[in-house]
Design a protein around this ligand. Sequence first.
Ligand code: PHE
Length: 360
Amino acid sequence: MDDLDTLRAKYLASVASASDEASLEDVRLAALGKKGEISLKMRDLGQMEPAQRQVAGAMLNVLKDEIDAALRAKKTALGDAALNERLRAEWLDVTLPSRGRRVGTIHPVSQVMDELTAIFADMGFAVAEGPQVESDWYNFDALNIPPEHPARQEHDTFFMNRAPGDDRPPHVLRTHTSPVQIRAMTEQGAPIRVIAPGRVYRMDMDQTHTPMFHQVEGLAIDRDISMANLKWTLEEFCRAFFEVQSVELRFRASHFPFTEPSAEVDIRCSWEGGQLKIGQGDKWMEILGSGMVHPKVLAAAGVDPTQWQGFAFGMGIDRIAMLKYGIPDLRAFFESDLRWLRHYGFAALDIPDLARGLSS
Ligand code: PHE
């Protein structure tokens, strides 16, 4: 039966060339659908002689099965191809790091406070706190700055208002973190080792001064603490903080009413090409004030100066933040400019840790 061979060839070729499931379905309908060519031939069997029908019927069945099998095989193949194509097109590398969106940053001042807290904690210093609105006794008198003392004028103090008729001395916005020394010693007595980071206020405003800024106070009182311990502590701190192998500090004799002797401390640095390098070079940069706590200050805080002695220091946090992270203008610290914060801020989860590295 030549026409069956022709049909076979025709439909197997159509099956082979069907490029998607829709065109394959068209082929199936054309061959095996109700009005399909092969189905119609099956119907014709009814008009045949029984002997002829038997032969033709068997051959038609074989052809039908053959085309049906080809259709199924092709359908599976097309399905696999479609799946493979989808897998290829929708490919996603889940090993790629996600593109995280930073929701805010840690301000350099907070970062530096965390860094120095980590360093001093490692040396056995606890964190102490005090109020920003302070009585003039804590801010001045207890620190050996009596009312007529010229240092009171030098501090450019902000005074709080008293109610009319209230003649007591006004409270002040603390001009330094030193009052926290008094509070900590009064509460804890000696021996004591604390740092007190926090906000302080002075009426001053230019490129290197803002009316509000940050200091960290350090205090170590015990029976035999000396300037040598102060020097080691500060060197150790600077080495860790600036993340350099070695630092050199210069102690310059100075005067603070609350320490005796007193020293201002400079750190060796260079400014080559406008780039600050800490630890080497021929320049010195002042970074803090310090000294041995004055016996009158110990006494004011209830600590017996015949039994106890120790050192204190006060350092500008904003200043060391500018030095470490190369930030040129102090005023920008407190302008809440999002572009500045994104540029100089730190990722929220990078908590400074001496073992992992402070700033990385
Ligand atoms: N309180 C001083 C200041 O603000 C710094 C200081 C603290 C100096 C402790 C000596 C000891 O300038």
